[in-house]
Ligand binder design. Sequence first.
Ligand code: B3K
Ligand code: ZN
Length: 880
Amino acid sequence: MTDRTAIRRLDYTAPAYLIDRTDLTFELNETDTRVTNRLVIKRNQGVAADTPLILDGESLTLELIKLDGAPLPASDYQRDEQCLIIPAMPEEAILEIVTRINPASNTSLMGLYVSSGNFFTQCEAEGFRKITYYLDRPDVMAKFTTTLIADKQKYPVLLSNGNRVGSGAMDKGRHWVKWVDPFRKPAYLFALVAGKLVVQADTHVTASGRTVAVEVYVEPGNLDKCAHAVAAAKKAMQWDEARFGLEYDLDTYMIVAVSDFNMGAMENKGLNIFNTKYVLAKPDTATDADFDGIDSVVAHEYFHNWTGNRVTCRDWFQLSLKEGLTVYRDQEFSSDIGSRAVQRIQNVRALREYQFAEDAGPQAHPVRPDEYLEINNFYTWTVYEKGSEVVRMYATLLGREGFRRGMDLYFKRHDGQAVTCDDFRAAMADANHADLEQFALWYSQAGTPHLDVHGEWNEAARSFTLTVRQSLAPTPGQTGQSERQPMHIPLAIALIDRRGQPLPLQLDGEAHGGETSRVLELRAEKQRYTFVNLPCPPVPSLLRDFSAPVTLAYPYSDEELVFLMAHDDDAFARWEAANTYAVRLLCAQYAAVASGGAVSVPAQFCEAFRSLLAHPELDPALVALMLELPRENYLLEQLADVDPVLLAQTCQQVKLQLARALRPQLLLRYQQLNDGTPYRYDGEQVARRSLKNVCLDYLAELDEGMIGDLLAQQYRKADNMTDRLASLRALVNRDGGEAQLADFATHWQADALVMDKWFALQATCRRPGTLSRVQHLLEHPAFSLKNPNKVRALINAFCLQNLAHFHSADGYGYAFAADRVLELDALNPQIAARLATCFNRWTKVDAHRRQLMRTELERIAAHEGLSGDTFEIVSKALAA
Ligand code: B3K
Ligand code: ZN
């Protein structure tokens, strides 16, 4: 039965009982695992003596309950599908519960499950209750010991949280290993792994001189793909010591890679479990983006040891407390080990493409949600990425040192506790004597604030006045515009003179000019800033480094955008100017085509791009980012009543015209960068490859035999996956690409992660017949609906990234998506619910498609036995 009652943030009450110690014993068997759970429980202070103990538990077979050593008769407890209730509970007791579970039949990949013959767990958010009866909530923190018992031959490696304290042989070919975790933790951080695994080991010596073992466990045959993950873990450890003074606290830090996993990775105490996608990599099999992804996910999970584990969340509404902060930390790490500007642009681009769409759609929710049906639906772009922008704003407002003072106070006050987003904000405020009361609105008001900015030059006074108005549109489930309050928004600005120099900024009333860039703190609905003593009318550079997660409109002329693209001293703002210009161009072209006209890219736009290609002294990575056209999904958000097929065609035509206009420059730049240097993953080479492959991507639009040869040659000669995949991506969109596609599959059929790329290329292909090809691929021996990576590579890629085919006017794309949602829902509700978000933006498309999408949403919603996960997503979409 599905429980469809919303959980509300304001209903929080402290736990009635607390658990001091949790001693677990697992007798592991694929279809019948026995779990013995011994709890030292006590009633919480101030709780009435007749308060029952209510333990969470799902899909468990109960074998035995003992209270203080004596078996508990059935009349002394009650059970239903979600809990076990003991009405008469002593103030303190030892409760022993034995349950049986069937890991082999667990396709939800929550709780204990089997993957490739090995055992793994996933407990966040509420998976521990599928392992044993427990107080499965993050504010109940206990000390855990775990004893694992299993067949020694089949499961030689037995891992859990903390430190390994003993092991031994047993009867029937079994063995045991015991683990003790000295730190209190909530159940969602529990983990175990058992199986045939090999390990790549290294050490890290901490700043205080302790030696920590760093171990990465993988299936045999994958040891040659672990070096990057090991190096990433060591870099992350060193970085956290240097930047935040935070050291690792156990003797061993373990990462285990598993191929069946619902998300990227999980920060279980001392035993992080990772999707193989974020561990396994070598130049042959992984792209530059994969290597980057491993750096950031390894760092993210490692950083959770302090921000998430040592200090955890009081309840799941506070999820962004650990996720927003940890994303901010991993972004800072990536910026420090790579290019800060590239990192920032990539993060902002993703935020705008996905989080802004979430904020504008039916699933909009605040960074700290107010209610949910299924918490797993709230591991969202808003909680993670907007949450990280909120944390970044503290650093922008308080400065780097101020932010560090706030972090130090946060750990001093809350180490070992389960706390709230308000506690974090209070630490930031108190450590800096800052007023962050109004800042709390970032956690409670959903939607993307909009800034409308105007500039006025006063020739007589030689002053420039910026007028800024903020607004916030209503979002589903939140009250109307009238109740929205103005927010505390850091707006970083500069004023650039005609030669491209930033001018010293002196506000009217200030004694003298100051820095050339400053952060205005907006607090009111409308604010005016007059800058004086200016030699000439400036061009404003606004929202530099994307100082707040807002949309901003300023009436720039095309010429001003081209000027900022070339001259702004902030790299993000240069990219932003190019992006604004390109969005403007594409929206105008779409409007022209939609009203019967043809695509025609103005010469001035081509010139701006030509000049980017003509300056080899510019950072190739930044040039590549400026040349990449805005994504179709992002453009869809800027328009209304969209025909997505026409939008995709427009984008392709614009790209083709640019390729024709810039052919010589693209080819020259491609040839300069394609210099045959053997592959290395380092900043300089990654930057060069990114621009080279952007040039190739444009050239591939040209229907010329010579370009076909160029693509085939890059495919053949590439000594790395980045270049090989870039050429194959273009080839699959051309006649004749089938040969390389087949060659690729033959070569990589045994490598699951590389085959994911092969599926995704075909799912995102532009050519006719893509849907039937995708349908055909569902039957491919390397595909499995039970493997989330495969589902994401083939099905989600088609439904969420292939606009032209998903939105085909016959509605077949929508029907395909709905069928897959229903099929997946029976296997793995979390994965089904994520896929169902492909219907979120149904109100954005034209009336014909709106009707088709609505019909499919209704079909899903009406399905008998639909999970709460999927129900929550589709019912909200339908309410839009
Ligand atoms: N905390 C986990 C995500 C758990 C998702 C549960 N549905 C990974 C992370 O954010 O690091
Ligand atoms: Zn996280």
